[in-house]
Design a protein around this ligand. Structure first.
Ligand code: GDP
Length: 443
């Protein structure tokens, strides 16, 4: 997948090798290569322009940490931008509060709608959901038969009214059946046309009105490259889409479509099709896709590791503070955030001996709780913040902090207790050092 694009990106960073930083001048050469790589991958021009501008802004003057070279940093920036353009996190299929969830499949003829409908039917079945597939493509010869055959293969029921009924009537009747018989999802396969035309759009709008879908998924053949931008825009403007399925990624598609859809519609790619078989459907993960496009997984791991090292250096700074007995409330919050970040780095926490001894309650503080703690700390006087012991045995101070931050005195007591615990832990670690840390893999 996207081999050529990967190779081009590799060329793009060559010029940065051996440089000691990313500067205004050397970055331009790399950006020119990125621009060329994207255009050759058939990404539409406006998308390319924005992409390059965003990478430029992030790369120039980016802080390059110890152990990471400018070319590696640049790769990371490009990777980050790819993830962003493709939508960040995976976007799952909508689930209506009240069943059935109604999903309309839209797109041009031959894009892979009927196949994708069956693939989704199977995907839902695998998740223990029960879908009803509706054959409302009354134009393409044999589309309904095709859906029935696929339905038979995967054991998912298909509803149709033949090719004489109107698509919106078929869809509405399918919805009535789904409600009556307790299906949790309705997948409506609609008719495409060879190109965007008014009739198709009007038909889609009529079906949309008839069944009020929770999802309108645009099925896009990834081979159409930059044309995906125009197609997506047309469907989004005229019908309104909530997501896309990108098909035929097993072919020699150059990648352009993957980068355009989200950018022009603001709607995410939710699934990708990677083959003709009904099993060949995967949830779309921008992060994984970006790594595949860049094909430089090892570099990304390296940059990530180096950044972890910087965070660990932070820990060392904290220890020093402790030795100097200046671990205060601001450090406490900073430390909690650090721990949270390390926790999200998967497994790193476990590598630090003693960490597991720290009360789970402290480690598992969610973002919400951290915000509350910050609010309380914000209500302290600078003196209290720097000198936590001032609060011991001083209920009036604690009451004032609680009132000032919209909490109960007991909440403040809890934070104080956590603070003491954390400080105790940090002191213990600073006395005994962090045994084994030097031996941490890759550190
Ligand atoms: P529709 O007109 O949009 O309903 O398109 P179809 O579902 O009939 O698909 C058109 C052709 O594309 C068929 O030959 C499918 O087997 C093929 N197809 C669909 N999805 C994929 C895919 O992800 N990979 C490959 N290689 N072929 C696909």
């Amino acid at each position: 997948m996207f081999d050529e694009l990967s190779a081009r990106f590799e060329d793009a960073v060559k010029g940065l090798k051996g440089q000691d930083k990313i500067s205004d001048t050397n970055v331009e050469v790399a950006l020119k290569d990125v621009r060329r790589a994207l255009l050759e991958a058939d990404v539409s021009l406006p998308v390319v322009k924005d992409f390059v501008a965003d990478v430029r802004e992030k790369a120039v003057g980016a802080e390059v940490v110890r152990g990471v070279s400018p070319d590696q940093k640049f790769i990371q920036v490009v990777h980050e931008q790819l993830v962003e353009v493709m939508g960040g996190d995976n976007a799952p299929l909508a689930k209506a509060a009240e069943a059935p969830t109604v999903v309309l499949m839209a797109g041009l003829q031959g894009a892979g709608k009927t196949t994708a409908t069956a693939k989704l039917g199977l995907h839902l079945k695998d998740q223990g959901r029960r879908a009803l597939m509706v054959g409302a493509d009354v134009y393409r010869p044999a589309a309904i038969e095709q859906l029935k055959t696929l339905g038979g293969q995967i054991g998912v029921e298909v509803f149709s009214l033949g090719t004489e009924a109107k698509p919106e009537e078929i869809a509405a009747a399918g919805l009535a059946k789904a409600k009556e018989e307790g299906f949790d999802t309705l997948l409506v396969d609609t008719a495409g046309r060879l190109q965007i035309d008014t009739e198709m759009m009007e038909e889609m709008v009529r079906i949309r009105t008839a069944v009020q879908p929770d999802e309108v998924l645009l099925v896009v053949d990834s081979m159409i490259g930059q044309e995906a931008a125009e197609l997506t825009r047309a469907f989004h403007d005229q019908v309104g889409i909530t997501g896309a399925v990108l098909t035929k990624l097993d072919g020699d598609s150059r990648g352009g479509a993957a980068l355009s859809i989200r950018k022009v519609s603001g709607q995410p790619i939710k699934f990708i099709g990677t083959g003709e078989k009904v099993e060949a459907l995967q949830p779309f993960h921008p992060e994984r896709m970006a790594s595949r496009i860049l094909g430089m997984g090892d570099v990304l791991t390296l940059v990530e590791k180096a950044q972890k090292e910087v965070e660990l250096a932070d820990v060392e700074k904290m220890q020093k503070k402790l030795q100097e007995a200046t671990f205060d409330f601001s450090d406490f919050v900073q430390q909690m955030r650090l721990i949270k970040r390390m926790g999200s780095l998967g497994g790193l926490m476990k590598m630090i001996p003693g960490m597991n001894k720290l009360d789970d309650g402290i480690l598992k503080q969610g973002e919400q709780q951290l915000k509350r703690i910050e609010a309380m700390i914000g209500s302290m006087t600078p003196k209290e913040r720097e000198n936590p012991d001032l609060l011991a045995g001083q209920p009036s101070r604690r009451r004032r902090i609680a009132a000032g931050s919209g909490h109960q005195p007991a909440d403040v007591d809890k934070v104080l207790a956590d603070f003491q615990k954390m400080r105790g832990f940090m002191q213990q670690m600073s006395r005994g050092g962090m045994p084994g840390m030097g031996g941490m893999p890759g550190m």
